[in-house]
Design a protein around this ligand. Structure first.
Ligand code: ZN
Length: 436
């Protein structure tokens, strides 16, 4: 099949080519063939008018939980990949806290096969650092990498043992993969429910202090310096953690980090009277932490925006606060939420937005994505800054309804998502599978 598509007259934003202006994008056989002004229209090309829209490299989420195998009542690889496409993501990295854990090459293969059959966004498996994510013994990182694991993490749990974390960074360095660390001191976390502060006292809930995260961040930066291994810090929530990362970057250490939309938009006040939709780990923190996170996004300390998409069944959320599951869905709200918070008030440029959601995630995972350079796979996201998105969980593609943003309206809308040139999603329509 020699299929040509021309995306005409959109505002193409691609920091990898220093582009932000009106251009055409020509796709041939699922690859980007040409980007330029007023391209000639090949006779057989399908022309898509993009006037007034923003055309970007496909957005990438480095942190999602797709629950399969073992948690298919919450989400499947197919429903998660469909939700990703509907949310503007062309690729998502899925965490290994499944049942069984993704700690060997068989599970890596299984996830890739399911994702291929699903035919929506690309799904990039993250292998566990330790066997069974138990934090005791290193998993077979090498064989998982050979089968397609893009990174390693025990996310959901911290790799807390210092010697193991050191070895993990050393092994992963040899494989040229990052360790994605969920930084949390389990001793300080113990049965914590919300951020330790005024709210935890008022509600009589066990608090999770900021130091639970920042102390591990500090140690891991030391280990990254010691080993030269690539450390990526997941979902940072505490002001102290960001100060450590800023220092590490000033020293030129191989350290990157991500921020979630919910930590950028909400504080622990949102928990109100035990609202389990606001129960998440790391917890929503104080306004000073939120401001520090925002400042870190603006000054370049934060590399990626990531959802930590964590779907749960209603039965796991509509119960007593202390028993409710941690986590929020995010795939179908993240892009408009961040356009609304960051781009609409001109806190960041569209170019920086694309860095945070595409170029930097690709760099962290070491993948040739996040760009519209000719010759690359045509993973493309098309956005409208003129439309808005009302958050309506009943219309989500994800099986999870546990959004903290129900009823909110965000500026910006995902118009189209294309993976390898195949249209997987168009606004107002059901997502479409791409052929295997
Ligand atoms: Zn985590």
């Amino acid at each position: 099949m020699s299929a040509r598509m021309l995306f005409r007259g959109g505002r193409v934003v691609d920091p990898s080519q220093k582009l932000d202006g009106v251009h055409d994008v020509l796709l041939v056989d699922g690859k980007v063939a040409q980007v330029g002004r007023d391209l000639a229209v090949p006779e057989d090309a399908r022309v898509v008018d993009c006037a007034g829209l923003v055309v970007t490299p496909g957005l990438i989420d480095v942190h999602v939980h797709l629950r399969e195998p073992g948690g298919e009542h919450k989400e499947t690889i197919a429903s998660g990949a469909r939700a990703a496409a509907a949310g503007g993501f062309t690729a998502v990295a899925c965490m290994p806290n499944t049942d069984p854990a993704c700690d060997n090459e068989a599970v890596v293969k299984y996830i890739l096969k399911k994702a291929q059959e699903a035919g929506y966004a690309r799904v990039l498996p993250v292998g566990a650092v330790t066997k069974g994510r138990k934090g005791a013994e290193l998993a077979e990182l090498g064989s998982m990498a050979s089968e397609g694991a893009v990174a390693f993490s025990d996310d959901g749990s911290c790799v807390f043992d210092s010697i193991l974390m050191r070895r993990a960074l050393e092994y992963a360095k040899g494989l040229q993969k990052p360790i994605l660390q969920h930084a949390e001191d389990p001793g300080m976390f113990k049965n914590g429910q919300v951020h330790e502060g005024l709210l935890s006292t008022r509600l009589g809930l066990k608090g999770i202090p900021s130091a639970c995260e920042s102390s591990v961040v500090n140690r891991d930066i030391e280990l990254a310096a010691l080993t030269g291994g690539r450390l990526h810090l997941c979902h940072l929530s505490a002001a102290g953690s960001l100060a450590h990362v800023r220092r590490a970057k000033a020293l030129g250490l191989p350290v990157t980090c991500e921020a979630t939309p919910h930590h950028l938009l909400l504080t622990d006040e949102a928990v109100g009277a035990y609202d389990t939709r606001m129960k998440v780990n790391p917890p929503l923190r104080a306004e000073a932490d939120r401001q520090a996170l925002l400042a870190a996004v603006l000054d370049g300390t934060v590399d990626c925006l990531a959802t930590d998409h964590a779907p749960h069944h209603a039965d796991e959320k509509e119960i007593e606060f202390g028993l409710a599951a941690f986590g929020m869905v995010g795939l179908e709200t993240a892009v408009p939420a961040m356009l609304d918070l960051l781009v609409k008030p001109k806190l960041i440029t569209m170019g920086r937005f694309v860095e945070l959601f595409a170029a930097n995630p690709a760099r962290v995972l070491g993948l040739p994505m996040g760009t519209l350079k000719p010759g690359t796979e045509a993973d493309i996201t098309i956005l409208s800054l003129k439309h808005s998105t009302a958050v309506a969980p009943e219309k989500f593609q994800t099986m999870g309804r546990n959004t903290p943003f129900q009823g909110r309206r965000f500026a910006g809308r995902v118009e189209r998502t294309l993976v390898a040139g195949h249209p997987c999603y168009a606004a107002g329509k059901a997502p479409e599978r791409r052929p295997c």
